[in-house]
Design a binder for this molecule. Sequence first.
Ligand SMILES: [Zn+2]
Ligand SMILES: [Zn+2]
Length: 248
Amino acid sequence: MPKIIFLGTNGWYDSGTGNTICILVDTSSCTIIFDAGNGIAKLDKHVDFNKPAYLFLSHFHIDHIVGLHTICKYNFSRGLHICGQAGIASILGKLLDAPFTVPAKDLPFDIQFVELPSQKAQIPFHVTSLPLLHASLTMGYRLEVDDKVITFCGDTGYCDNAVELADKADLLITECAFQPGQQNINWPHLNPETAAQIAKESRAKRLALVHFDAEMYRTIEERKNAREVARKIFPDTVATIDDMVIDV
Ligand SMILES: [Zn+2]
Ligand SMILES: [Zn+2]
């Protein structure tokens, strides 16, 4: 049974409400991580480093990759696979190098980049990836692990691909950067209503809201309010906070 641990639940920057986005999916055979915000620095509280590890990056906005400079403290004995859109190796190859951080070749474990969808045969479980609606190319992911379907839609506005990825998912995890009623066509993100709409239309079983913009959501109370707004459209909604655990 996959266990989901929300290590970072903020969007944009760290604040008193939490760290930037990182979600751990602990399965019987491997470690799966969605995005590498500063929450990834808490990974060692929870992870068995003897399992193979797969990090899925939604896109390269810095709040989703800033934690990569902390992974040098870990030892993924079976390697770390970093999975994402075409071109990920050349883009991250520049960042995971001097002068930004410890060069990938000097890390105590192997990093292997996996471009999706073209190289998905390298991943030992079923993965579907589709582009979402955001200011730069962002991928959403649907994983089938331990007989459960988990969908992660990182930064996105409402779009058909998000609904498709979440089709009857056991758990849909979506961003919720905006406050209720808030939108911006030039900078697409979800608000609680549009996130809940995706969950309802896809007939997902549960919805977990994450990536609350640190500027828009100053308190945990505001997240609870977002949850109540979402529940009017999709009742089985949780608003995540750092260190929250969900068994799927
Ligand atoms: Zn973001
Ligand atoms: Zn973004």
